[in-house]
Design a protein around this ligand. Structure first.
Ligand code: PEP
Length: 255
């Protein structure tokens, strides 16, 4: 069985003291999770503080992006070795907000993912369709294009380590989650594509999360989908109570 993941994407939220408090709550509770991987993704500036707070726990530490080169004239970017150096284990790549507001493309997502893999940072690659694409019946086409592009020149050995997050744009931050059926349909399409690109063994190893208005009240239903391996959570990860409540639901399901 694939170990489920509950990951919190804090986006551009939390001053340092608040970040320390939230991470401290999660660190304290983390020993009670035996079947679920927890990951926190704060802003870059909070990463060193969280690295200290989370050391000695099994909670993963994720950056919200990563550049593909080692150093150089790339103002505003952070190299994979810099993230590794401060104890990051994961990097979110291709979040829809990066694609929408900061010009992230399928090509740059692939570069970032390959660089992360080379540095033992597990990429959490986000894919998802817009509302217009869903309404035009293009959901599967869109997410398959994104997944295929993200994995260009990634071999089967590395592909096993990739985590995908299916996040329909219309569900992010709107309070309107995909239904369990909609989520499962897209997750199954991603897993099917992984089998086509690689083989069944890779497809059955890769963990695929759902993200988009996941809350304590809807996680129990969502997690029933056979291809779902957990959740990437935005706003509900900003309070320890709701984040840990979602994580406890996933833990009970996985027991
Ligand atoms: C996200 O942006 O990754 C996300 C899932 O946000 P929210 O949970 O707030 O919809």
């Amino acid at each position: 069985m694939r170990t489920p993941i509950v990951a919190g994407n804090w986006k551009m939220n939390k001053l340092l003291d608040e970040a320390r408090g939230l991470a401290g709550d999660v660190a304290e509770a983390s020993g009670t999770f035996e079947h679920t991987e927890l990951i926190l993704s704060p802003t870059y500036v909070a990463l060193p503080a969280l690295s200290e707070i989370l050391s000695g726990t099994d909670v993963g530490l994720s950056a919200q992006n990563v550049h593909w080169t080692e150093q150089g004239s790339y103002t505003g970017e952070v190299a994979p070795s810099m993230l590794e150096e401060i104890g990051c284990t994961h990097a979110i790549i291709g979040h829809s907000e990066r694609r929408q507001y900061f010009g992230e493309t399928d090509v740059s997502v692939n570069r970032r993912a390959r660089a992360a893999l080379e540095h033992d940072l597990t990429p959490i690659i986000c894919v998802g369709e817009s509302l217009a694409e869903r309404q035009n019946g293009e959901t599967e086409l869109k997410i398959k294009l994104q997944v295929r592009a993200a994995l260009s020149e990634v071999d089967a050995g590395d592909a096993r380590d990739v985590i995908f997050a299916y996040e329909p744009l219309w569900a992010i931050g709107t309070g309107e989650s995909a239904t369990p059926e909609q989520a499962q349909e897209s997750l199954a399409a991603i897993r099917g594509l992984l089998a086509d690109i690689y083989d069944d063994s890779v497809a059955s190893s890769v963990r695929i999360l759902y993200g988009g208005s996941v809350k304590p009240h809807n996680i129990d239903e969502l997690i029933q989908g056979p291809d779902l391996d957990g959740a990437l959570i935005g706003s509900a990860s900003l309070e320890s109570e709701s984040f840990l409540s979602i994580a406890r639901s996933v833990e009970s399901w996985a027991e």
